[in-house]
Write a protein that binds this ligand. Structure first.
Ligand code: HEC
Length: 214
């Protein structure tokens, strides 16, 4: 980061002005300023995309949990399911520039199935989770390098999530099961256990927008 700006010293100006004609400091500074070149390396851009992706996925997750808890308090679990169906995608959609998704192969909403770019990464996260390995957030270049695909594994935390994604009967109550059956007849997102891979965050971040931040 320290070397982001490279100042080009126009030695030639000094030489061409001759030894007696000194260039004033103001002119010299002005020329240097105009010649300031923003040299960003790919590594710096990817680092920034990583920071941005981490922060957006964290805020989206927090937003979701706050809204979910509010919906549960206001109308109980079955109401919260309806609330999630109507609002989950808007709640996580917190940036104009970035397409934000939560994808999972064992999903409740089939729109959340991973696409061909997301699928291999999700598979790698699943492998790690099954073998007790931790997964770091990842960035892949897609669309000829114009877009960064930021991903982060969602490990199932148990707790409150069990009441809608745990074992039917013991963890998911009957009224919740009914609501799920009505709203999601094809639901595959039950029977999750703590520590299992629930899915992943998938953010498509345009490279240009990352450069604008630097
Ligand atoms: C009140 C019930 C409820 C609770 C509690 C709940 N979820 Fe969900 N979850 C849903 C519903 C409904 C959807 C489908 C939303 C949609 O249609 O986009 C969903 C979707 C998801 C998805 C997107 C992939 C998919 O299956 O479609 C993930 C990931 C997810 N939930 C994780 C969690 C986690 C982690 C927790 C705990 C913090 C949690 N959920 C708590 C109801 C719930």
């Amino acid at each position: 980061m320290k070397n982001r700006y490279t100042y080009i010293l126009l030695v030639s100006i000094i030489i061409s002005c001759g030894p007696r004609e000194r260039v004033s400091k103001e002119v010299f500074d002005e020329v240097n300023k105009n010649m300031e070149i923003k040299r960003l390396t790919e590594v710096e851009i990817i680092q920034e995309a990583m920071i941005w992706g981490d922060s957006i996925s964290k805020s989206a997750q927090e937003n979701l949990i706050t809204n979910l808890q509010k919906a549960i308090e206001e109308g109980g679990m079955p109401h919260a399911i309806e609330f999630c169906k109507e609002n989950a995608s808007q709640i996580t959609n917190i940036s104009e520039d970035i397409l934000i998704r939560r994808v999972s192969t064992k999903n409740r909403n089939s729109n959340n199935y991973p696409d061909s770019q997301e699928s291999p990464i999700l598979d790698a996260y699943a492998y790690n989770a099954e073998n007790g390995l931790e997964s770091e957030p990842n960035i892949q270049k897609i669309e000829n390098g114009e877009v960064y695909l930021y991903t982060k594994a969602i490990i199932f935390p148990g707790g409150i999530c069990l009441s809608c994604h745990g074992e039917p009967g013991s963890q998911i109550s009957d009224p919740v099961l009914n609501a799920l059956e009505n709203l999601y007849p094809e639901d595959n997102a039950k029977g999750y256990k703590m520590g299992e891979l629930r899915g992943m965050w998938s953010l498509r971040i345009p490279k240009k927008k990352v450069v604008d931040r630097l």
